[in-house]
Unconditional design. Structure first.
Length: 305
């Protein structure tokens, strides 16, 4: 249904104040996302209040409440998990402050609680990862042992990337996810979980990591176990940040599904449109691609993040 703002007419851009409640600084993706959002608002001449919730929902709720108290014009946030937002979003609504979801979704049934959700289609990303695996193992007649490194439990990208992947690989009964654990989207988490998985499963063929950082942590664990990542154990990840792309170019990761963190310009556009009294689309989906090793080698020199 979209939403409208600016009941009292447009404000000058330098009078606007936007509060942004970020998830944390858990990954290369997140760092690039924060930088891009801050730079975009700076360039637009719109004041941005920024908070880092260190991956804790209670901190994010506190930040949003403080933005409401300060009477900001708009609130944007990337919900760390999907559930548990109705109360605070109702407070924003009661205060007349429009909310924009960036990057991650909430599972609220009340769509009047936010004007727009700007971000990727995570189910599609999971499907793209699954499709590569399906093609790679199209001719196998033996079971393929897959382990999954999940993102933050309860987060939209963790839920949806698992779902899209599972849907696609179900087409080949040889493809089996033998273990799945959260690494919380961090490099340290990915390494730790992979170490444990290598101990309990002598025969892992492929790692599907919900982001590059966990895949990079898995590489460290695989190398420490005396195995060759990308060969003895194949790795598929999501994001395509620079370190991930470098590992793909080096043959340590086999395939990456892109998820773009560059949401700043579109978020600024949404705020400007609302300020002008316009209507925005309730769902704005980020465009993204996938990368093989050759494509990573080609793309790396121009990669911004
Ligand atoms: O893939 C991961 C980050 O929500 C899309 O969060 C984002 C995810 C991203 O920590 O690296």
């Amino acid at each position: 249904d979209g939403g409208t703002g600016a009941a009292e007419g447009p404000k000058a851009l330098d009078e606007l104040v936007v509060g942004f409640a970020q998830v944390g600084a858990e990954s290369g993706w997140r760092t690039a996302n924060t930088k891009d959002i801050q730079a975009s608002f700076e360039e637009a001449g719109i004041e941005l209040k920024f908070s880092d919730a260190q991956q804790k929902q209670e901190n994010q709720i506190k930040a949003i409440r403080s933005y409401i108290q300060q009477g900001v014009d708009y609130i944007a946030f990337s919900p760390v998990v999907e559930t548990g937002w109705d109360a605070v979003l109702n407070e924003a609504k009661a205060a007349g402050i429009p909310v924009v979801l960036t990057d991650r979704a909430v599972d609220s049934k009340d769509e009047s609680l936010y004007v727009s959700f700007l971000g990727s289609d995570f189910i599609e990303e999971g499907k793209k990862a699954g499709q590569w695996v399906l093609d790679e193992y199209a001719d196998v007649t033996e079971p393929v042992n897959i382990v999954q490194l999940e993102g933050t439990t309860g987060a939209a990208p963790a839920i949806d990337r698992a779902e899209g992947f599972a849907d696609v690989i179900a087409e080949n009964p040889n493809l089996e996810v033998i273990e799945s654990q959260t690494g919380d989207f961090t490099r340290a988490g990915g390494k730790q979980v992979m170490e444990a998985m290598l101990k309990s499963n002598p025969d892992i063929d492929l790692v599907y990591a919900h982001n590059d950082d966990m895949g990079l942590g898995a590489i460290e664990a695989i190398e420490a176990a005396g195995l060759v990542p990308g060969q003895d154990i194949k790795i598929v990840t999501v994001d395509a940040v620079k370190d991930g792309m470098q590992a793909l170019a080096d043959g340590k990761i086999n395939f990456i599904v892109e998820c773009s963190p560059l949401l700043g310009a579109q978020l600024v556009d949404i705020i400007k449109t609302l300020n002008d009294g316009g209507t925005v689309e309730p769902r704005i989906i980020t465009e993204e691609t996938t990368f093989t090793q050759e494509q990573a080698i080609e793309a790396l020199p121009d990669r911004q993040y």
